[in-house]
Ligand binder design. Structure first.
Ligand SMILES: [Zn+2]
Ligand SMILES: [Zn+2]
Length: 281
């Protein structure tokens, strides 16, 4: 058996490079059996990578059309990647639409605002991240990182996302330990605090292969030592592509399977008829 699901798929509705139909077609062609469509929910001023506010009905209609088209061949779930924002909590734009979603990914990308009033993001380039840390935290890296995991914990407790998105994306710009050391006791404590909340809330944590493809080996989420802790704590795990191009619908899946087997994983979680169930791979 192989891994046959991907619940983190972008498209032209946000910052993906292909149409939703092309993404779904690629999933079917590569043999996936269960997928979730997850555009970035609209954020004011961030139309470059989030969905235009006026397109949400069209988004639901297109997913429904594809569900009808593929039928039993491919389970397609209506999802969204929704930001947990430090100032407003779960992106309020989605409040009227939550009951139309089969599931959602909760992600923390924004930790503060810049001088011009826009959010700054942990997954922007490192120069902008550094500016943001200076502005919001007076350069205090430890406080920045601890807040990041604190927001992640609050998000899973208060908003109950099905999946916590790229749980350690705070390390995206940490190549060569530019900002912090992952083996520092305070960093481990921050991660463990979040894992305890995820365990309690039965949140599914994703292995996210999208960063790896776009930004290099240090952007494989989560880090290996965290994957081991997830196993030890028996927290639900799934494998997602955070896919932005149709060719990458199951990018790095074979390698992830080998990695998981080497860590004695025998199952991950999958959606079956809208319920999260273990799947032996
Ligand atoms: Zn994201
Ligand atoms: Zn994403």
């Amino acid at each position: 058996m192989t891994i046959i699901s991907n619940y983190h798929i972008h498209s032209e509705f946000c910052d993906g490079k292909n149409s939703m139909a092309e993404m779904v077609d690629s999933a079917a062609e590569k043999g996936l059996k269960s997928i979730g469509i997850t555009s970035h929910a609209h954020i004011q001023g961030e139309e470059r990578w989030t969905m235009d506010k006026g397109r949400i009905q069209e988004y639901f209609m297109e997913i429904n059309r594809l569900k009808g088209l593929y039928g039993d061949r491919l389970e397609i779930y209506t999802g969204m990647e929704i930001d947990y924002l430090f100032d407003t909590g779960l992106n309020p734009v989605m409040a009227p639409y939550m009951d139309r979603l089969d599931f959602f990914i909760g992600s923390v990308h924004a930790l503060g605002r810049t001088d011009d009033g826009n959010y700054w993001f942990v997954d922007d380039n490192w120069e902008n991240m550094e500016k943001g840390i200076e502005k919001t935290y007076k350069g205090d890296i430890r406080k920045t990182v601890e807040d990041y995991y604190d927001y992640m914990s609050r998000m899973v407790r208060e908003c109950k996302p099905d999946i916590a998105g790229h749980m350690d994306i705070i390390k995206k710009n940490n190549k060569d330990d530019r900002f912090f050391h992952e083996d520092a006791a305070w960093y481990k404590d921050a991660v463990e605090g979040f894992l305890d909340n995820a365990k309690k809330m039965e949140t599914v944590i994703e292995i996210n292969t999208g960063g790896l493809k776009r930004y290099g080996p240090e952007c494989f989420y989560p880090s290996l030592w965290i994957l081991k802790r997830i196993k030890e704590k028996n927290i639900r795990l799934t494998v997602n592509g955070d896919t932005h191009r149709k060719e990458e619908i199951n990018y790095y899946y074979r390698e992830v399977e080998e990695l998981l087997r080497s860590l004695d994983y025998t199952e991950i979680y999958m959606l079956k008829k809208k319920e999260w169930v273990p799947y032996r791979f």
